[in-house]
Ligand binder design. Structure first.
Ligand SMILES: [Zn+2]
Length: 175
């Protein structure tokens, strides 16, 4: 059990290639637990491997209940592949633990299907899921493709956000 450090945009770690997981062992279970610990600590609903500097195809998600509580919908998603994106794109208000304190609206599909493996390597599917889970799956799987949600914003906004976070990075390093 450990809260890991979160990689902050625009760090290049978020752009690296993320490799498939081939060994479903105790180390993988520990990694998943650390990812949940980190996600809860920073009050997120999803976290991808590269966000803690692990460039592997693993995502954890826990969609909160209506009262905001978490723990009932924990899912570990390994080697995911989106198999279908359906419906007319909708506007999604998003934030990201790697872009702390920043929120903006991006386009997402309302319905998504995903093939993945669980912690034991068993093949699983999300079939035509909707709502926050559908949005979260697209956001987190984007991370595994080296993408961050702010990439979807206008060039002007991207420049502004990048500037802001580079400045913060400098301040942190100056400490
Ligand atoms: Zn994110």
């Amino acid at each position: 059990m450990a809260v890991r450090e979160v990689v902050i945009y625009p760090d290049e770690i978020l752009r690296k290639k993320n490799t498939d997981i081939t060994e479903f062992n105790e180390d993988l279970k520990t990694l998943a637990e650390d990812m949940f610990d980190t996600m809860y600590h920073f009050e997120g609903i999803g976290l991808a491997g590269p966000q803690i500097g692990v460039n592997k195809r693993i995502v954890v998600i826990d969609i909160p209940e209506e009262d905001g509580s978490q723990g009932k919908n924990k899912v570990v998603i390994i080697n995911p592949k989106i198999t279908a994106l359906e419906g007319d794109k909708i506007e999604s208000q998003e934030g990201c633990l790697s872009v702390p304190g920043y929120q903006d609206t991006v386009d997402r599909y309302p319905i998504v299907s995903v093939e993945y493996q669980d912690l034991d390597g068993k093949k699983c599917v999300f079939e035509k899921v909707e709502g926050l889970l559908a949005i979260c799956l697209q956001h987190e799987i984007d991370h595994l493709e080296g993408k961050v949600f702010v990439d979807k914003l206008s060039r002007m906004k991207i420049e502004r956000v990048k500037k802001k976070f580079l400045k913060l990075q400098k301040e942190r390093m100056g400490k």
